[in-house]
Design a protein around this ligand. Sequence first.
Ligand SMILES: [Zn+2]
Length: 72
Amino acid sequence: MTRHGPVPPVWLCATCSAPWPCATGRDELLQEFAASPVALALYMNAYYVAASQDISWAPAGTLHRRFLGWLP
Ligand SMILES: [Zn+2]
């Protein structure tokens, strides 16, 4: 698990308080899942589903881009 992890239900980074996944968190996840990008996509999709329930006021598409749009 990365140190730059999410803090539900606000979904800010536990370490730098940026909207999660923060830039450092994304880098750490890419390194952690370097050998298995499919697993990373599934992992982030689970977070996306949970966050979209917590942040139901966010504009459509914004959370999807934030959680999944940066994946390789
Ligand atoms: Zn962070």
